[in-house]
Design a protein around this ligand. Structure first.
Ligand SMILES: [Zn+2]
Length: 44
């Protein structure tokens, strides 16, 4: 089982992979392996 943690770029704290914000400093965490860009650009 893989244990993935996200390292906060601001304070270096490792957060749960499901965390959206750092539990220590509250900085927004980068998403992991977000290969599918959620860009719903409707180009016409
Ligand atoms: Zn942090």
């Amino acid at each position: 089982m893989k244990q993935v943690s996200i390292k906060c770029e601001m304070c270096g704290t490792f957060n749960d992979m499901f965390a959206e914000n750092c539990m220590y400093c509250g900085a927004p965490l980068p998403k992991i392996e977000d290969k599918e860009e959620d860009d719903d650009d409707d180009q016409s």
